[in-house]
Design a protein around this ligand. Structure first.
Ligand code: ATP
Ligand code: MG
Length: 551
């Protein structure tokens, strides 16, 4: 079934509107890194263009010089490409500054804009309220030539910041506050990352966006619901200005995700106050953060497909995003063995000093991924949690006297244990192995109830493993007055001395693995040769599948 936006586009095409063209754009402001909410908008804009044989532009909405930076421009380009999309045209609102300025003059000469010399406070006060009309500015009646002169001198830098603004002359009594003579231009002496000090007046978003769309011949200007009330102004501008096309704005609900905030401003605070290590901290739902954590573009696109677009705001369960990541990684991630909390096992009847190589399947979901050799020897590590001295009823893993299978290896039986005399903690196990069970099956057909992952001690590589949990403890941190009070103190746990098999330790940064029985992990950029660092991308346990089954 088509969503409401695709339905509109289908109808427009059927009616022959826009000459049968579909052109969209993704218009980020380069004032921060992109997040999963932007991914929704990217997948929608680029996706629609692809599906309808159209084009999608990347346009930077760089009209607010004090908060913007080239660092963000570059990261945004990289993120869009990483998500798998390529723009038809790369544009900047700042490329239109001269044209937009001319549009300002045009409105003045038509008697549709005036220079207001009230203070910002007066303008705010005189806007009225939702129940009361606004009060017209005493400068509203300025003749066109005087407005033109003032606007030119604003541009020339003759006035201080805030001395004047250019406003559209629409209707101070409009029930829509955005139509009460909206401000179009303001004086702001700020260095712009692209235009330098060429301009000291800058167009407001509402002034820049509609004509930019029209100049690029955008047919469908898709944006989030907060712009719904701006649509009459959008339409007023594209109808009033001498622009070459008449784009249509359509609003959809923004993505909200449980257990996270979703705004560049909040993310900037998290970064600047040091609650996270940076924009690419793997706990951040930024594109760079998710990439570093090991999420794939395919998973993010599948997630965006799955949530769809609608008119009503809601909160999407983050478990659904994790589910999409798991589904994708299950198909593509190579399996390796890694032990997070190692417990040494000495196999007493295995020949001293000997090593053999066992064949292990790389990915049961993908036969083409083949097999690899994993070294096995007399001393191995298993997961501490996989052993209990006094196993409770349903614990089927290793315990004194019990036999289990080592994955792709042998059956072993626990014969003895070594304890720390001071703490009583089990520090080492003694086991025997059955040479006839090589590969994991007993020729006499006897069964074991558990299969454990393991790493040969002599071959294991020490690894740092970073386990991530939700950044916030409540479902809607955005609703809490101070989000700092609901930060999850346990959102990062570092395991300094995990043990991984050699093949995992050699992988380049960004490689994604499934650590058998534990979860998905990605090689972090903090890795050094011989000292890999892994980020836990997601656990194996699928809470979303559970939620769905319950329904
Ligand atoms: P933020 O609130 O995080 O600062 P923004 O809307 O100010 O986001 P922009 O750079 O202006 O960020 O956004 C670029 C595009 O992405 C806009 O069209 C905007 O509507 C869309 N977008 C932003 N956040 C979301 C979201 N959570 N869900 C869907 N689309 C979004
Ligand atoms: Mg914005």
């Amino acid at each position: 079934m088509l969503d409401f936006i695709r339905t509109i586009i289908t109808e427009d095409l059927a009616a022959g509107r826009n000459g049968g063209r579909v052109a969209t754009r993704f218009p980020p402001e380069p004032n921060g890194y992109l997040h999963i909410g932007h991914a929704k908008s990217i997948c929608l804009n680029f996706g629609v263009a692809q599906e309808f044989g159209g084009t999608c532009n990347l346009r930077f909405d760089d009209t607010n010089p004090t908060k913007e930076d080239v660092e963000y421009v570059e990261s945004i380009e990289e993120d869009v490409r990483w998500l798998g999309f390529e723009w038809a045209g790369l544009h900047f609102a700042s490329d239109y500054f001269e044209q937009l300025y001319q549009f300002g003059e045009y409105l003045i000469t038509k008697g549709l804009a005036y220079v207001d010399s009230q203070t910002a406070d007066e303008i705010r006060r005189n806007r009225g309220t939702l129940t009361e009309p606004g009060v017209e500015s005493p400068f509203r009646g300025r003749p066109a030539d005087e407005n033109l002169d003032l606007f030119r001198r604003m541009r020339a830098g003759e006035f201080a910041d805030g001395a004047h603004v250019l406003r559209a002359k629409i209707d101070m009594a409009s029930p829509n506050m955005n139509m009460r003579d909206p401000v179009l231009y303001r004086i702001r002496r700020a260095h712009h990352h692209r235009t330098g000090d060429r301009w000291c007046i800058y167009p407001m978003y509402d002034m820049a966006h509609p004509p930019s769309d029209a100049l690029e011949h955008i047919t469908h200007s898709l944006c989030t619901l907060e712009f719904e009330d701006h649509r009459p102004l959008y339409d007023w501008l594209v109808e009033t200005l001498p622009v070459p096309s008449r784009p249509r704005q359509i609003e959809f609900a923004r993505l909200n995700l449980s257990y996270t905030v979703m705004s560049k401003r909040r993310f900037l605070e998290l970064v600047e106050e040091g609650h996270v290590s940076g924009w690419d901290d793997p706990r951040m739902p930024t594109i760079v953060g998710m990439r570093r954590r090991g999420y794939t573009p395919e998973a993010i696109r599948a997630f965006c497909d799955r949530i769809g677009v609608a008119k009503r705001e809601n909160i999407v369960d983050v478990a659904l995003l994790e589910h999409a990541v798991r589904e994708d990684l299950n198909l593509r991630a190579q399996r390796v063995m890694g032990v997070l909390r190692p417990l040494k096992v000495v196999i007493t009847n295995y020949p001293q000093g000997e090593t053999e190589e066992l064949d292990v399947v790389n990915n049961p979901e993908d036969p083409a991924a083949g097999t690899r050799k994993v070294p096995f020897s007399r001393e191995i590590y298993i997961e501490h949690d996989d052993f209990r001295e006094d196993p409770p009823k349903k614990f089927f893993r290793l315990a004194p006297g019990r036999e289990v299978r080592l994955r792709c290896g042998y059956f072993i039986t626990c014969t003895d244990l070594v304890k720390d005399p001071a703490t009583g903690e089990v520090t080492e196990l003694r086991c025997t192995y059955d040479p006839a069970t090589r590969g994991g099956d007993a020729p006499d057909g006897r069964k074991v109830k558990a299969t454990l992952h393991w790493v040969s001690a002599a071959h294991a590589v020490n690894a740092e493993v970073r386990l991530y949990d939700r950044l916030f403890t409540v479902e809607e941190p955005g609703r809490v007055e101070d989000f700092r009070t609901v930060l999850n103190p346990a959102s990062l746990e570092i395991i300094a001395d995990a043990k991984v098999e050699p093949s995992a330790a050699r992988a380049p940064v960004g490689t994604r693995f499934q650590f058998e029985r534990i979860g998905y992990f990605a090689v972090d950029k903090d890795s050094a040769p011989g000292a890999p660092v892994f980020n836990r991308t997601v656990t194996l346990k699928d809470s979303w599948a559970k939620i769905e089954n319950k329904r």
